[in-house]
Design a protein around this ligand. Sequence first.
Ligand code: FES
Length: 107
Amino acid sequence: MSETTENPGGWKQVVLLSQLQPGMQCVQVDRRKVVIAKVGEEIFAYSNLCPHSGGPMNRGELNDAVVTCPLHGWRFDLKKEGAETHGYRPLKTYPTREESGNLLILI
Ligand code: FES
């Protein structure tokens, strides 16, 4: 399956890299809310909706690259493509890349 078929929205510019602060920030990309997390020098992008029951992930807790949902405590490892630490449903993550000082995500 091609990248275009899997990700019909394509690469979207979301923020200037110079504006990214450590921690999480929520941005609107098309009609989706996406959380951008900066952990050290790494940047992750993931859905703002928890796969359990739609909890707001941008209000969760971020420790290293593990984000905890504020509603029922599911924990997602961003370094493992959003895998839930107990094997529950994973968090939707998005590929990122940098270009000309901008952060782009593949929607
Ligand atoms: S809504 Fe996130 S753990 Fe329940």
